[in-house]
Design a protein. Sequence first.
Length: 448
Amino acid sequence: MKTIILILCVTMSLFTYTTNVDAHADLASSSPVDGAVLKTLPNEVVLTFSTTIDNQVYKMDAQNEQGESVINGESSINPAGDELSISLLDTTDGLVTVTYSVISKDGHPIEGIISFTIETEEQLTSSETEEKLSTDASSNGTSENKQTDTPTIIEPQQQVPTKSLNEIDEQPSMDMVSLADKMEFTTNKTATPLSSIIKSAYLLALLVLTGSLLWRFKGYKIPYLAQMQLIHLVMLALFTWSQARNFTRVFEGIPWQDLFLQTEVGQFWTAAIIITVLGLYIVGRNRYVDLAWLSGILIIKSLNSHAIATQIPIVTVSLNFIHLLFSALWIAGLFYVILLWKKSMAQPFISTFSKMALLSIIILTITGSIYAWLLAPSLSSLWTTEWGYWLITKIVAVIGVFILGSLIRQHMKKTGSLSKRSYLFFDSALAIIILIIVGVLTQLSSSI
């Protein structure tokens, strides 16, 4: 009963007021607005994002209907790091398409497109004159068929009243870039099934390794440490390669050294690789060195996440670190139980692991709930966005872990030990499902 009450209380904490915080750098506004019809050339085009973006690697371009670039100079970023701007050539008119590619604070490449139309007073007058002439010619042609001897008379074109040169017509132009084209252009190229699977596998390798070091710190000699380190290094390399490849799709032609050394996300990748390689030589020799190493790698992982892009990063990064720490304890402990079970040596450890697993799941639920509460831009994002659907799926899986844990403890009270191995397989399956969901969630924005 206590477990059920705890599940309900913690789950309900997700359905409370949410702050307006979002991780990805989505386009918040633009000047001119997307779809506007302007009567004069704007001084500059300004894109404002929901969070700060990387100030080292970004792209912004503007093209006319012929596909020719109409930018005047290079694009620039404001000191606050949340606006891109660019000037247009004085001769720019007609349909203008603006494309942009940026890296959000949490390390995701974001690209998009807006468009607007520039119609000067001369163009409007000329266009309306041609339309008037065409209409008059058609009318006169019909009149000539009836009276061939009547001369055609064209009245002088009256001046058409125009709006203020600085006035913006918010009605979309019929020649604007189609919505389908924009949606295709702005598709998130990082949230692919393959990249999500690789991310989940990397997280599993990371948590098993760091969790094993935590259990070893408590005195449990978990085997296969060297093998786990090598697997973690391979999965880190594969994960980094998949993410870097996604970046090169957005930023075509970017040198890899610039990506790894100049961007914040690339620097996190580089730091993680260096720490991992260093761990091959120092991990396993001293438990305090092990503790320092696992803290370093988990801090890097906590920083390279949605947590760093919020308005209160010290809180969200700390929550993320604690979440990873207790995830590692749970996943590695479960891995150790399965290893010992094959050797018929699991029962002494199961009692300790059961208590730690319960504590871990409680802390994971609390930190995860607060973390989601801080990231969600609104309550409705839970049932109106892809991010929300996956989050609800994760909540259901976590509730399943609670229920299974309750059944395991009841079974152990009755029998004095864990005699059914099926409980371990169900627990492991739920853990893997949660990791897969996390692999997807970490690549999605809470606003999509």
